[in-house]
Design a protein around this ligand. Structure first.
Ligand code: GDP
Length: 175
């Protein structure tokens, strides 16, 4: 069996749901009070991609270091894919995605010099007090070179696996 090791980054402002997302995806749980320890850490998830291929995801969450906005290059080193996340009830977190994407493109690239595949995730779509809507997300996603965007709710387990599958699919298609 062929095994791919893929380093994936999760970035975005504090409180948008990054740690919850990783926890949900890796452990299948949502816990309201869950908070990862401070500092860069990674979680591992293994996917049986096909009968010939296995994918080992190394998922790096920047929990607790969002205040730096500009992350250390070490964090980006060797990354093959990225999730930029915002909270649909916070327009500030949506605006920040521009900085997160720029920081990523400045510090990480594929061995051939291309930017790494990046998916934009609009989290907390279960909440009624939403202020960021599909038309502006779609425009922003296209204008800033995201491979795709999706609405997710970590709380309701909506589109979590699907979003990661799309990102992995994109990464493998250019390997
Ligand atoms: P991080 O700082 O980006 O890692 O965000 P956290 O994972 O710590 O989540 C911040 C807060 O948002 C926590 O109280 C979570 O329970 C909550 N949260 C995360 N995802 C969702 C979601 O999809 N819907 C709702 N309603 N709350 C969420």
């Amino acid at each position: 069996m062929n095994e791919h090791l893929l380093k994936i980054l999760i970035v975005g402002d504090g409180n948008v749901g990054k740690s919850s997302f990783v926890h949900r995806y890796v452990n299948g749980q949502f816990n309201k009070t869950y908070k990862m320890t401070m500092g860069v850490d990674y979680s591992v998830k293994v996917l049986l991609w096909s009968d010939k291929e296995k994918v080992r995801l190394q998922i790096w969450d920047i929990a607790g270091q969002e205040r730096f906005i500009s992350m250390n290059r070490i964090y980006y080193k060797g990354a093959l894919g990225c999730v930029v996340m915002f909270d649909v009830t916070s327009s500030a977190s949506f605006l920040s995605c521009c900085h997160w994407k720029r920081d990523l493109d400045n510090k990480a690239m594929l061995p051939n010099g291309d930017s790494i595949p990046c998916i934009l995730l609009a989290n907390k779509c279960d909440l009624a007090q939403r202020v960021v809507f599909a038309d502006s997300i779609d425009r922003f996603s296209k204008a800033n070179g995201f491979v795709n965007w999706m609405e997710v709710s970590v709380k309701e387990n909506k589109n979590i696996g699907e979003a990661m599958r799309r990102l992995v699919q994109q990464i493998l298609s250019i390997q």
